[in-house]
Design a protein around this ligand. Structure first.
Ligand code: 5BU
Length: 260
């Protein structure tokens, strides 16, 4: 069976990494493949947004370095909300340096990302050392990493053999790499997660190169697993309701795909 027709629970059973198993289980239980991209700049706004939309998401993606008032309380509160609503925390840090440098960027500095983020992501451009560095810090804490195999922005260079080589790098580090940021299914291994940003209820683009596809295109036609939605939710008049609409659209596309 390909990963297009396996249920989340069946895929959970195939995962060797505890975090991907947990994510598939949450997706099945909460009936959602929605990742909220909580790209607001005040911590109060962030926590309110996450509390409101929490019931509809399986994961919350952060950019902590855009917060104007970051402090330890923010991540403590975020962690409590993750337990309350049962979602994972993904810091979209996009590590892209040599192993020794990412060790410090991941564990130290102001943000101490490895202390609170279940999942982080990395570019494959430095080679496998970036994964080895992250793994050294993250694996003992039960963390995991996604590799950026494709991007949603127009004119990006993560295409063709770069994408294929990124998939290979993931396969060689399966204990720590649990999947990809991508815009279509790029691996037939059912334990890998495919997560796609650039999603709105209508296709289009913004003024700075972001390109949008719909949930049914991303999950149904392109065979990805999770939709990542930022402005489509937090700029809506009613973010909780918008999250619910994306939850329904994304989950319907998954159910329809399995029935085909
Ligand atoms: P939007 O508001 O739904 O356009 O936000 C998309 C989010 O996903 C935003 O946080 C980006 O940094 C992130 N993103 C992306 O849009 N495209 C990519 O290829 C990658 C990340 Br990698």
């Amino acid at each position: 069976k390909s990963n297009n027709i396996l249920k989340y629970s069946e895929r959970a059973a195939l995962c060797s990494n505890g975090l991907s198993r947990r994510l598939f289980t949450i997706m099945e239980q909460k009936k959602t493949n929605l990742v909220l991209s909580a790209d607001v700049t005040s911590s109060k706004e962030l926590l309110q947004l996450v509390d409101k939309t929490g019931p509809h998401v399986c994961m919350v993606k952060t950019h902590v370095d855009i917060l104007e008032d970051f402090n330890q309380d923010v991540v403590d509160s975020l962690t409590k909300l993750a337990a309350k609503h049962d979602f994972l925390i993904f810091e979209d840090r996009k590590f892209a340096d040599i192993g020794n440098t990412v060790v410090h960027q991941y564990s130290g500095g102001l943000y101490r990302i490895s202390e609170w983020a279940d999942v982080v992501n990395a570019h494959a451009i430095p080679g496998p050392g970036v994964v080895q560095g992250l793994k050294k810090v993250g694996a003992p804490k039960g963390r995991a990493c996604l590799l950026i195999a494709e991007m949603s922005s127009s004119g990006n260079l993560a295409t063709g053999s770069y994408t294929q080589d990124t998939v290979k790098m993931a396969e060689e580090n399966k204990d720590f790499v649990i999947g990809f940021i991508c815009v279509s299914k790029i691996s037939s291994n059912p334990s890998f997660l495919h997560m796609t940003p650039g999603v709105q209820l209508e296709a289009g683009q913004d003024s700075l190169g972001q390109q949008y596809l719909t949930p049914s295109e991303v999950i149904g036609k392109r065979g990805s697993d999770l939709i990542i939605v930022g402005r489509g939710i937090y700029q809506a008049q009613d973010p909780a309701n918008a999250a619910k609409q994306f939850q329904i659209a994304g989950y319907d596309a998954y159910v329809t795909r399995m029935a085909e």
